[in-house]
Write a protein that binds this ligand. Sequence first.
Ligand code: ATP
Ligand code: MG
Length: 175
Amino acid sequence: MKQHIFVATDGSDTAMRAVDLAAEIAAKFDVPLTVGHVLHFGRPAEELARMADVEHMVERVGKTPGVNLPNLPDTMLNLFAETRAGDESIRLITLVGDDILQRGADRAKDLGAKTVKTSSSQGDTADAILDMAQEAGADMIVIGHRGLGRLKRAVLGSVAQKVLNHAECTVVSVR
Ligand SMILES: Nc1ncnc2c1ncn2[C@@H]1O[C@H](COP(=O)(O)OP(=O)(O)OP(=O)(O)O)[C@@H](O)[C@H]1O
Ligand SMILES: [Mg+2]
């Protein structure tokens, strides 16, 4: 059986289904699980706006100590559409990433996974996923077949495609 499972999440509903499957396998076979996220630096604001559970996320991020949002926007799109100083937008994207990881890890633990770690990175999304999975010692990667992108003409998202093409270990793509 597998030694370590890595699941990649961008916070989308499909990625959360990947988390569910990864957690169920980890729980059943008592295998450690790493939940990984690649921070959305340079991604389109519309993509961030489509994050699952956006209102709650904005609320949670806004309540983080040290975050100074005088007019807390009601959607993710407003949050990122406003012009912000570079440092602040880096901090927001990092907080959103932390929130995505926290939700993934909480969900995995709820489903019975005993050893759950989180990992975040940046850069090319697929390359970063492959690197994080390798660093974690994963011999299985679980991803969603789609994510936050909206180009529905492709059957597989570009990140999923690249991970499937380049991974040296088993990859499970969840629908
Ligand atoms: N930033 C990310 N961090 C971690 N995992 C990610 C990230 N982006 C995508 N993934 C993983 O890859 C899966 C497929 O997403 P992908 O980005 O390939 O599809 P898409 O967003 O629908 O299309 P595209 O990004 O090509 O427009 C997601 O369900 C998730 O498991
Ligand atoms: Mg995507």
